[in-house]
Write a protein that binds this ligand. Structure first.
Ligand SMILES: [Zn+2]
Length: 277
């Protein structure tokens, strides 16, 4: 395992600590950053500086993590937080380590089915988020879409960090369930009402998505734009919805307007003049 050290002094929350040339290169690499206006990019750059000051990157199997690689991860991890600002980095405070692998990771799995039979198998993973960290990412996938992916709303880094947001504040051992800790006063509701509202909207959108996936798989209907993997569970649905939201919010809104309104509130997206959604 090799460890990455910043060669520049990343002052807390000051994006100017990131060299201009490096920032420009990372923006050029990531289409989802190019759509941001100047203010949003400056806020994101500040977030990245603070993020990089808090996190430790390592490369597995001899992969050497350089500044560009670390910043590519930071920029995508911080993209959903850009409207909430530095305080939202607390969502990522439950872990410090980020491990980049040269390729997909083969993880041994062990499950017990309903009949009590234990199954052991290896699973190839592009990434993984676990309670307490680290976040594991396959480096080749940090820049690109999944092989064979039909939609363009994919982003592996946002997916894994969405799981981290989901896990934040959950008691040890409680799995991700698509229902993250909500900010105080969320949508002007009490904490209990906000949780209930979140669960209702997410569950309904998930049911709609499952139905669309089933219609595609069983009856040859066109595939839904949103990643079919989201049908697996509420936790995966939340993660693929966050990916799609950050990569192409308008397209997601066509498929799941209520869900987008929920994510707008969660990520504190300001309402644009004339914005009716
Ligand atoms: Zn996932």
């Amino acid at each position: 395992m090799t460890h990455w050290r910043r060669r520049w002094q990343a002052r807390r929350g000051d994006g100017r600590a990131i060299p201009d040339r490096l920032w420009a290169r990372v923006v050029a690499d990531l289409p989802c950053l190019q759509a941001l206006d100047g203010n949003e990019q400056a806020r994101l750059r500040d977030l990245c500086a603070a993020f990089l000051a808090r996190k430790e990157f390592s490369g597995a199997h001899g992969l050497v993590v350089d500044d560009r690689m670390a910043l590519l991860v930071a920029a995508q991890a911080c993209l959903p937080l850009r409207h909430r600002g530095l305080s939202a980095l607390a969502w990522y405070d439950d872990f410090v380590g980020i491990v980049l692998h040269p390729d997909e990771v083969v993880a041994p799995r062990r499950t017990r089915d309903e009949a009590g039979v234990v199954h052991e198998y290896d699973e190839a993973l592009a990434g993984e988020a676990m309670q307490g960290g680290p976040i594991v990412l396959a480096w080749p996938r940090v820049l690109g879409s999944a092989p064979g992916a039909t939609g363009i709303g994919h982003n592996l880094v946002i997916h894994e960090f969405a799981h981290a947001i989901d896990l934040h504040g959950k008691p040890l051992g409680q799995p991700a369930d698509g229902c993250p800790l909500l900010p105080a006063g969320f949508l002007g509701l009490s904490a209990a009402a906000a949780r209930q509202h979140w669960h209702t909207v997410l569950t309904e959108a998930h049911a709609t998505h499952r139905q669309r996936v089933a219609l595609h798989e069983r009856f040859g209907a066109p595939p839904p734009w949103l990643d079919a993997y989201g049908a697996e569970s509420l936790a995966e649905f939340f993660a693929v919805a966050c990916e799609a939201y950050c990569v192409d919010r308008e397209r997601l809104a066509e498929a799941h307007a209520d869900l987008v309104a929920l994510l707008d509130a969660f990520f504190a997206r300001p309402t644009a003049p004339g914005d009716t959604r």
